[in-house]
Design a protein around this ligand. Structure first.
Ligand code: HEC
Ligand code: HEC
Length: 212
């Protein structure tokens, strides 16, 4: 315990000096030590998404392991006003930082904390998922077709909020997802969110299913 605390302090102290030293020696981008470079790149994001991509509290999505191309799409959608956001910083990300940030978060392998889920909702959610969502959010949400984000083990409050935002028209449906939602009640959609949130982010068995 004590060991962890002291390492943390050293880490923080080093962060400030190392960044200054690196900037003085090499300029702002070239030549930074990897750890420092990542901390520097994600410094604006880490209070909410961490450096490892794990959302810090309910309602903040986990970014770790999401394919880089999809993360880049999401950021671009915020910047172009195609997707609304309450976080002003999302719109202010420098164009040159989009690809490095997307690449960084896509490579993080931290374990996502599990949201609290209700077994009876997971069962209903699974049936609805198989009928309505599995074509694009493949392999229980661990894989993707048609640019669907990976949603397995995603934060449940976030999933429910986004689901309702699509339904209310606050977030624009992607191609054909409106068909998949048609006729589903809020309870049905909440059940699918429970199902996604309850999944392991990475399939427990070897031989995980890949793209068709
Ligand atoms: C104050 C907290 C906060 C900060 C800081 C923040 N985010 Fe977010 N982020 C959120 C929330 C909340 C959402 C959910 C959607 C929304 O409301 O914008 C989100 C959504 C996202 C998404 C979409 C995820 C998905 O699954 O669709 C991406 C990508 C993202 N953030 C990247 C970043 C990056 C990169 C940074 C740093 C440059 C950053 N965020 C800074 C809180 C934050
Ligand atoms: C035809 C393909 C398709 C089908 C079917 C589909 N989705 Fe999606 N889904 C997408 C795409 C593409 C996105 C990304 C949209 C965007 O960012 O604009 C998405 C995004 C989402 C998100 C937001 C994820 C995030 O990280 O922000 C949720 C939640 C979601 N879908 C739930 C569902 C549910 C529930 C169903 C079934 C009722 C479903 N989807 C069916 C393609 C699909």
């Amino acid at each position: 315990m004590e060991k962890t605390t002291s390492r943390l302090n050293v880490g923080k102290a080093c962060l400030a000096t190392c960044v200054v030293t690196a900037v003085l020696l090499f300029g702002s981008t070239a030549g930074r030590a990897q750890g420092t470079a990542d901390a520097n790149l994600t410094s604006n994001c880490s209070e909410c998404h961490g450096t490892d991509g794990l959302g810090f509290k309910a309602g903040i999505p986990h970014l770790n392991g999401q394919p880089a191309a999809l993360l880049a799409n999401m950021i671009t959608a915020f910047q172009q006003g195609k997707r609304s956001t309450k976080v002003k910083m999302h719109r202010d990300i420098a164009a040159a930082d989009v690809a490095p940030l997307a690449s960084h978060y896509s490579q993080q392998k931290a374990q996502r904390p599990k949201s609290a889920t209700k077994p009876e909702l997971i069962t209903l959610g699974e049936t609805l998922y198989q009928n309505r969502c599995a074509d694009c959010h493949m392999d229980n949400g661990r894989d993707s077709d048609k640019d669907a984000p990976l949603v397995a083990a995603q934060d449940m409050s976030y999933l429910i909020a986004q689901t309702l935002a699509f339904k209310a028209g606050e977030r624009k449906f992607p191609y054909l997802m409106d068909d998949a939602y048609r006729g589903l009640s809020d309870e049905d959609l909440t059940a699918i969110a429970h199902f996604f949130a309850a999944q392991d982010q990475v399939a427990p068995q070897a031989g995980r299913k890949r793209r068709r």
